[in-house]
Design a protein around this ligand. Structure first.
Ligand SMILES: NC(=O)c1ccc[n+]([C@@H]2O[C@H](COP(=O)([O-])OP(=O)(O)OC[C@H]3O[C@@H](n4cnc5c(N)ncnc54)[C@H](O)[C@@H]3O)[C@@H](O)[C@H]2O)c1
Length: 343
């Protein structure tokens, strides 16, 4: 049996990740693709098959669909996800899962009420060096993590998104959140997962330092942020995000009692385990998808695996909520210039 999939949003992430990864999965049939810009949906159905729609409600009305990937603009995620769940579809929703915590909670509750799976596309957890690094942390070889620093910066969404110079990512009305909701949320999820811990306090500074829109006006969301977090287990660390780094940085470093774990922090060795008393171990374990080079993320396979085995998704709505909650705490910290409690 093949799972019939619909994809809502035929922009960059659908083109570079979801559609190729759906095509690559032997248990999937791409049955429908929707974009508010119908020609984009048609362009994709001509490559991948299925029926093209411009209104997502027509797509989710298709009885044969088992599952939907929601990958349109941020502020549409909650409405589309809730409608798809209520129409009896399982949903893989892109990050940020929503732009308000109330919407995120409503998505989780709808999935529970409808008995359908909701998974959030926090794909960084699946990158090979992150998987291996977590195993090392779990083994206890490095002792406890004391501090961390994680960075996600690239030149900006205008080099990624389908509308390039006029991208919605820079418009608060449509994006809801700026670089913290776009890149910070990835790193917050990654660190929560790697540490098996929750963030409990946040402090932050953020600003619009470099980006202007196609008309030369400063964009309406932040393009840089530096956030400080404390976890319930007492780990402290920084999450630094930027849309103005001229070269991509996607690195995460854990400073532990017995050494340092460096993830995607070296151009050749994706994982370096630097024990305090021996030579470092340099591992080539596989790349992480970047804006300039997409490697398979594995997110579609993980979602399909959960459908096939009827087991709840590994990256849950609650995970998406927790990451969004930490982002919201940072916004509050920026506005109040205070340390904010989370949860
Ligand atoms: N997981 C990741 O690494 C990752 C990477 C990039 C983007 N994303 C997320 O994926 C989502 C899409 O980002 P993108 O980079 O593809 O943006 P994009 O601008 O390239 O594409 C978005 C598409 O959505 C369409 N759209 C907008 N409103 C719509 C509606 N109401 N109905 C149907 N289609 C609609 C637009 O016409 C556009 O084609 C965002 O939420 C973004 O944060 C995730």
């Amino acid at each position: 049996m093949k799972y019939q999939f619909g994809v809502i949003g035929a922009g960059s992430i659908a083109r570079k990740r979801h559609l190729p990864e759906l095509l690559d999965n032997p248990h999937v049939k791409i049955a429908a693709i929707c974009d508010a810009n119908l020609s984009r949906a048609k362009e994709m159905t001509s490559l991948y098959g299925g029926k093209a729609f411009s209104d997502y409600r027509d797509l989710i009305a298709l009885k044969k669909l088992d599952a939907v990937i929601v990958c349109a603009t941020n502020t549409t995620h909650a409405e589309m996800t809730i409608a798809a769940l209520e129409a009896g579809k399982h949903v893989l929703c892109e990050k940020p899962m929503a732009t308000t915590l109330a919407d995120a909670r409503a998505m989780i509750e709808t999935a529970e009420r409808c008995g359908k799976f909701l998974m959030i596309a926090h794909n960084q957890r699946l990158a090979p060096a992150c998987v291996k690094a977590r195993e090392i942390l779990r083994s206890g070889k490095l002792g406890k993590v004391l501090t961390f620093q994680t960075v996600f910066g690239h030149p900006g969404c205008e080099y990624w998104a389908i509308d390039a110079g006029r991208t919605w990512f820079f418009n608060k009305q449509v994006a809801g959140l700026g670089v913290m909701g776009d890149l910070g949320i990835h790193k917050i999820d990654l660190v929560r997962w790697m540490l098996e811990d929750e963030f409990c306090e946040a402090a932050a500074m953020a600003g619009t330092l470099g980006k202007v829109d196609a008309d030369g006006n400063q964009i309406s969301v932040e393009d840089n942020a530096l956030c400080l977090f404390k976890t319930r287990k007492g780990v402290i660390g920084t999450v630094t995000v930027s849309w103005t780094y001229q070269k991509e940085d996607n690195s995460t470093i854990f400073y532990c009692e017995k050494g340092v774990l460096r993830i995607y922090a070296h151009p050749e060795y994706q994982l370096i385990v630097d024990y305090s008393d021996t030579e470092g171990e340099y591992h080539k374990v596989g790349e992480i998808p970047t804006n300039v080079k997409q490697v398979k993320s594995g997110i579609v396979d993980l979602f399909v695996d959960s459908l096939m085995n009827n087991k709840p998704p590994e990256i849950t709505g609650e995970d998406g909520y927790k990451a969004l909650e930490a982002v919201m705490a940072c916004f509050e910290a920026v506005a109040s210039k205070r340390v904010v409690s989370i949860g």
